[in-house]
Write a protein that binds this ligand. Structure first.
Ligand SMILES: [Ca+2]
Length: 336
C-alpha cells in the first residue's frame, strides 16, 4: 500500500515535470562540436578534441574502431561544458562484414565527469558519473540464455541494435551480460547497421528532461526513442564518444557531433528555485534496477514465508506443550 502511494506520488511529480511549453532558440557551439574537416584532432593541445585507443581520423570520419576483433577507441572533448540546456546531434555509421548478430559491440555517446579512461562499457570506464547513450549492436543476454538453454521471456525481449540511456553517479555498474537492463532509463530498437543513408542520434537535455530521438530511415524525420523527466545532470562534464569490439566487430564511425546551446526562458521564480546539481540522479528512482528489485522482492518473500512458517511452528509447539502439561496435570489429579 505504501509502495503504491509512493508510485502515485512519483507519477504526479513526473507530470509536473512534463510541462514544457517554452519556446527555444538554438546556437551551434563550435567549441563542443566535432565536424569535418577534423583538423588536428588529437595531434596537439590546440584541438578541442582528443583521441584515444584505436580511434583514427580520416577525411570522412573519426573511426572509433575498425571492423576487427578486440578494438576500442574514443574521442573526448577537452573542455567541460557549462550549459544549462543543450542538444547534441550525433551523425554516425556502424557497418561491417558480419551477418546478423555476428557483429559487435556498439558505440556510446557520453556526457560524464570522467574522460579519457578506457574500459568495458563500449570502450569507456565502468562506474562512470553522468549520462551514457548506447547503441548496443549485440544481444549478450539473449545469447547467454541461449547458451544456458533457458527460455527468453517476453519481458526481457529486445530487438537489436538497441539504443539505451543510463544515468549513473559513479557507484552503479553497467551490466554488460544483460545489455544494461538493470539500469536502463529507457530505450528503443534502431536498425542502424549497414544502412546506405545517414544515421543520427539526437540527445536533448532541457529543463531536466532527457529526450533521445533517432533519424535512421533516411527520411529526415526524428523518431522518439525515450523521454525521461526529472533527470539531474551537473554542469561541467565532458562530451565524448567511444566504441568497442570483442570477438565480433564492426566499423564504428563518427561523422559529426554537433552541440547546440538551447536558450530556454525561465521565470525569475524558476531561476531562484533552480539549485545547483552536484551528483547525477533521476527523480523517479524506480528507473533504477527494476529487475533486481523484482528478484529481491522474490527473495524477501521467501524469507518472510520461512520466518512466518517457523514462528507458526514454534507457536504450535508452545500451544501443544501447554495443552499437554494441562492434560498431564489433570491426569495426575485424577490419580491422586
Ligand atoms: Ca550488448
Amino acid at each position: 500500500m505504501f509502495f503504491t502511494s509512493f508510485l502515485i506520488l512519483f507519477a504526479v511529480l513526473s507530470v509536473s515535470f512534463c510541462d514544457d511549453g517554452h519556446e527555444m532558440e538554438e546556437f551551434l557551439k563550435r567549441e563542443y562540436s566535432l565536424s569535418k574537416p577534423y583538423q588536428s584532432i588529437g595531434v596537439s593541445g590546440s584541438s578541442h578534441w582528443e583521441l584515444m585507443g584505436d580511434a583514427v581520423v580520416t577525411t570522412d570520419h573519426v573511426r572509433l574502431t575498425s571492423d576487427q576483433q578486440s578494438k576500442q577507441g574514443a574521442v573526448w572533448s577537452r573542455m567541460p561544458c557549462h550549459l544549462n540546456d543543450w542538444e547534441l546531434q550525433v551523425h554516425f555509421k556502424i557497418h561491417g562484414q558480419g551477418k546478423k548478430n555476428l557483429n559487435g559491440d556498439g558505440l556510446a555517446v557520453w556526457y560524464t565527469k570522467e574522460r579519457m579512461q578506457n574500459g568495458p562499457v563500449f570502450g569507456n570506464r565502468d562506474f562512470f558519473t553522468g549520462l551514457g547513450v548506447f547503441v548496443d549492436t549485440y544481444p549478450n543476454e539473449e545469447k547467454l540464455l541461449e547458451a544456458q538453454k533457458k527460455r527468453y521471456t517476453p519481458r526481457t525481449e529486445r530487438i537489436f541494435p538497441y539504443v539505451l540511456a543510463m544515468v549513473a553517479n559513479g557507484t552503479i555498474s553497467y551490466d554488460h551480460d544483460r545489455d544494461g537492463r538493470p539500469t536502463e532509463l529507457g530505450g528503443c530498437n534502431a536498425m542502424v547497421r549497414n544502412r546506405k543513408h545517414d544515421t543520427f542520434i539526437f540527445i536533448r537535455y532541457v529543463r531536466r528532461r532527457l529526450t533521445v530521438m533517432i533519424d535512421i530511415d533516411g527520411q529526415h524525420e526524428w523518431r522518439d526513442c525515450l523521454d525521461i523527466p526529472g533527470v539531474r545532470l551537473p554542469q561541467g562534464f565532458y562530451f565524448g564518444a567511444s566504441a568497442i569490439t570483442g570477438d565480433l566487430s564492426d566499423n564504428h564511425d563518427l561523422i559529426s557531433m554537433k552541440l547546440y546551446q538551447l536558450t530556454v526562458l525561465r521565470s525569475k521564480q524558476e531561476e531562484e528555485q533552480e539549485e545547483e546539481i552536484l551528483i547525477p540522479s533521476v527523480d523517479n528512482t524506480d528507473f533504477y534496477r527494476p529487475y533486481t528489485d523484482v528478484e529481491s522482492v522474490g527473495s524477501v518473500g521467501i524469507f518472510f514465508t520461512v520466518l512466518f512458517s517457523m514462528l507458526g511452528l514454534f507457536l504450535l509447539v508452545v500451544v501443544g506443550l501447554v495443552v499437554y502439561s494441562h492434560w498431564n496435570e489433570n491426569r495426575r489429579k485424577r490419580f491422586y
